[in-house]
Design a protein around this ligand. Structure first.
Ligand SMILES: *[C@@H]1O[C@H](CO)[C@@H](O)[C@H](O)[C@H]1NC(C)=O
Ligand SMILES: *[C@@H]1O[C@H](CO)[C@@H](O)[C@H](O)[C@H]1NC(C)=O
Length: 506
């Protein structure tokens, strides 16, 4: 990854060599031959991938209902959704192998997800009902069966890496919530759980982390689980970049705002909430509400607290269907649309400084400022590609700037200044400058591209591209143009980095 700057103070080090210089946001000198463009943020809902409200349903082994294209298309048309939450209930496989027939049913579902250009949150469990006497046995499997089943699902996780958002830890206990469990510490018998219970839970989590591709995270139900299995220190950017098991373990809260402890989600909120605020900067957070708040403050479920906590805890997705009273209060009180806009990331370009001319064999120097107005950084790998589109033929050329947008946290100005090379045989002509923010796993899925939240035709929705509203002319070598980047006053132009050559986009 090339050097780049997110924080203004780092930028200042480059500018002046000292602290206390002017902010990078205030560039006054636009180099000769360059144009400065400013952009306006839009308020519209964008059908961007890996974020937003979701619907949830289940595929039960004993009476399977497949996912249908009509259902997912309906969610997109009615609600602007691009993400779905699917639970698989392995109720007929508690003590036997998952059959090939069932695995094929899951594969058929995931083919539908791909066809609908959706992505999916997965959770596996053995039971979604409490026993009539509220006592063990609860119906979940032994550790040894669980680990076998996880192993049997590995090829599905691998083959559908591109459409899986996240896999919730699941498996253990009723609803896969790691609470009402027969073999991992029955809460009616063990309080607290024994070390063996924690070791067994850690073993199942580790098996799942090993089974799913490293680009995909797993989510645990409460902060206590993660803090006990790993440690109590929040995940760092370095851990996220190394894809450690700790960084790949995110969080889901399925009783968000339900009470002062979110119905037991927090064992000690005074410690766990600040931890979650930090940990979710670099891990995936999502979930659902489950009740109108049941203890003081009784308005906890309403818009003000909801918006504060969704933002502080970096939520990427929420179930729209549950709890209906909470969701309808957000609609009545007017924050629902805003929440739908801000769940996950919402990237806005603020400014660009782009050359007016390029030349064959020369450099293409770009400077761009972005802001993430959403609640979270993108949690799937996305790369930033600067593109040139021939205004006559429409041919597209792209260079990967090798940025990982998982570091694009809300709140800071994100500065990208880079140079790419124009090949010596690049077709002469006039080009529009565009950005493609593309899926790292599956470059062919144009609907997994991120659209910028800007007005005036910046997002080209059907193409999954962002138009920077600027035209450059490519001339032969030696004509006026950028044979090298100008000595810019805002930053070192990264002239020593190796940039990918501009190539025809496949
Ligand atoms: C609860 O019911 C199940 C079967 O329905 C039974 O096996 C179990 O012993 C019962 N548990 C208690 C504590 O009564
Ligand atoms: C990418 O998506 C295409 C089209 O949906 C699919 O055929 C292909 O298998 C996917 N590739 C990967 C690596 O997931």
């Amino acid at each position: 990854m090339p050097a780049y700057r997110i924080f203004a103070f780092l930028c200042c080090l480059f500018i002046g060599g000292t602290y206390g210089c002017t902010s990078c946001d205030d560039i006054t000198d636009v180099p000769t031959g360059f144009t400065q463009l400013t952009y306006t943020e839009s308020n519209e809902h964008l059908e961007n991938p890996n974020r937003g409200f979701v619907m949830q349903n289940s595929g039960r082994a004993s009476s399977f209902t497949p996912l249908t294209l009509a259902e997912l298309n309906g969610y997109r048309q009615s609600y602007g959704m691009t993400m779905h939450w699917r639970q698989y209930i392995l109720n007929t496989f508690v003590s036997s192998d998952v059959t090939a027939a069932f695995k094929n049913q899951i594969r058929a579902d995931l083919d539908i997800v791909r066809q609908a250009k959706f992505t999916i949150i997965l959770r596996f469990m053995y039971t979604d009902a409490m026993p009539a006497n509220n006592s063990a046995p609860y119906g979940d499997a032994t550790k040894s069966w669980m680990i076998d089943h996880i192993d049997q699902l590995t090829s599905i996780f691998t083959d559908y890496e591109d459409v899986i958002d996240v896999v919730q830890a699941g498996f253990i206990g009723v609803w896969g919530e790691w609470y009402y469990t027969t073999y991992f510490g029955d809460p009616a018998v063990y309080n607290p759980l024994t070390q063996q219970h924690w070791d067994d839970r850690a073993e199942v989590l580790e098996a799942l982390l090993d089974s799913v591709p490293s680009s995909i995270s797993v989510q645990v139900r409460t902060p206590r689980y993660k803090r006990t299995i790993f440690n109590t220190v929040a995940t760092t950017q370095a851990e996220m970049e190394d894809e450690t098991n700790k960084a790949r373990s995110g969080h889901h809260n399925d009783c968000f705002l339900a009470s002062s402890t979110d119905f037991g989600t927090y064992a000690d909120k005074s410690v766990e909430y600040p931890y979650l605020k930090d940990d979710t900067k670099y891990t995936v957070m999502g979930g659902e509400t489950c009740a109108v708040s049941t203890d003081a403050p009784l308005d906890r479920y309403k818009c003000p607290t909801a918006q504060t906590e969704l933002s502080e805890l970096h939520f990427s997705y929420l179930n729209q269907a549950y709890h209906p009273d909470v969701i309808s209060s957000w609609k009545t009180d007017g924050c629902f649309d805003e929440i739908h806009r801000y769940l996950g990331y919402r990237l806005v370009i603020k400014k660009a400084i782009l050359p007016n001319t390029l030349q064959q064999g020369g450099r293409f120097c770009v400077y761009m400022e972005f802001e993430n107005k959403g609640y979270a950084a993108p949690f799937k790998h996305k790369t930033l590609n600067i593109m040139l589109r021939d205004t006559a033929s429409g041919d597209l050329y792209a260079a990967d700037l090798d940025y990982d947008l998982k570091t694009w946290l809300p709140g800071n100005t994100i500065i990208v200044d880079e140079a790419t090379y124009i090949p010596t045989d690049f077709p002469l002509g006039t080009y529009d400058v565009l950005l493609a923010i593309k899926d790292y796993v599956n470059e062919t899925l144009s609907d997994s591209n991120i659209l910028l939240a800007n007005t005036n035709g910046v997002p080209e929705k059907t193409k999954g591209l962002n138009n920077l509203k600027h035209t450059v002319t490519v001339g032969v070598a030696g004509t006026p143009g950028s044979s090298s980047c100008p000595t810019l006053d805002w930053a070192d132009p990264q002239s020593d980095s190796v940039y990918s050559r501009v190539h025809v986009l496949s």
